[in-house]
Every structure is written in structure tokens, then in C-alpha cells.
Write a protein that binds this ligand. Structure first.
Ligand SMILES: [Fe+2]
Length: 146
């Protein structure tokens, strides 16, 4: 990939991670179970870390890092809107599972893209977090509705 192509791909991934941070915050706000909320908080922090690393990579490539603005107005990624209609813990978990399915697909595509080694490592590490998030959310939902 050319530098411009890598930049476009990293920007897209960072945008996914920013949407995920916001979606997790909305989910956390609607969950009363402390343990589940704590798990989601950890996942939100993982996404925060992804944004920081992707932004560092973007800077290295001479591109402008993405901002997560405090006055977040809406999700850039279409698939994330499900979070708005959630009801209760099960609804929040289901919405986040669908968001994580989207992110997992997105990161999987990125891991097979022709990145140079440094960026490939970054994308692969992030993808490994994403797989963990999705698997854990599914387990949490099952435990909620056995
Ligand atoms: Fe995730």
C-alpha cells in the first residue's frame, strides 16, 4: 500500500474506535450491574488506547490525528446507531455485540491488507483485543439470559 492508502485505512480504523468509545459510554450508562459495567469500561479503555496508537501511527506518516470531541454528536459509522434504541442490560449488550461484530470485520479486513510491518503489528494487536471483546460480550449476554 502507498502511504496515502495506509493513512486512509488507519483513519477509518481510528474512526471505528472513536465510535466504539462513545457507544461503550452509552452502554455503560444504561447498565446497572457493576461487574458488567466494569468489563465494558475496560473495553472502552482498549478502544481509547487503539485511538492513541493509531493516531501516533498517523503522525508518523505525516497525517493529522483524529480527535474524539467532547461534544460528540453522532456516530460516523452507520452500524453504531443501534445503541440508541437499547433498553436495559440485555439491549445494551446486544447493541454492543452488533457494534463489535462490525469492528471485528473491519479489523479483520485490515489485518489482511498490505501494510508495512510496523502498522501490520499494530492492526493485528488491536484486532486481538476486538476478538476478545466480542467473545466476552457474547458470554455476558448468555449468562444474563441462560
Ligand atoms: Fe471492541
Amino acid at each position: 500500500m502507498t502511504d496515502d492508502e495506509m493513512i486512509a485505512e488507519l483513519v477509518n480504523l481510528a474512526q471505528c474506535d472513536i465510535d466504539a468509545i462513545e457507544a461503550y459510554q452509552q452502554a455503560i450508562d444504561s447498565i446497572k450491574e457493576i461487574e458488567i459495567a466494569d468489563t465494558l469500561r475496560k473495553f472502552k479503555n482498549d478502544h481509547q488506547r487503539h485511538v492513541e496508537k493509531l493516531n501516533a501511527a498517523l503522525k508518523k506518516l505525516g497525517a493529522t490525528p483524529l480527535e474524539h470531541k467532547a461534544d460528540f454528536k453522532g456516530f460516523i459509522i452507520k452500524g453504531f446507531t443501534a445503541i440508541r434504541s437499547l433498553t436495559g442490560t440485555a439491549g445494551a449488550l446486544k447493541a454492543m455485540i452488533s457494534n463489535e461484530e462490525f469492528i471485528n470485520k473491519r479489523y479483520l479486513t485490515a489485518t489482511i491488507a498490505d501494510f508495512s510491518d510496523d502498522y501490520k503489528t499494530l492492526v493485528t494487536e488491536n484486532y486481538s483485543d476486538e476478538k476478545h471483546h466480542l467473545e466476552t460480550l457474547k458470554v455476558l449476554l448468555t449468562e444474563l439470559n441462560p
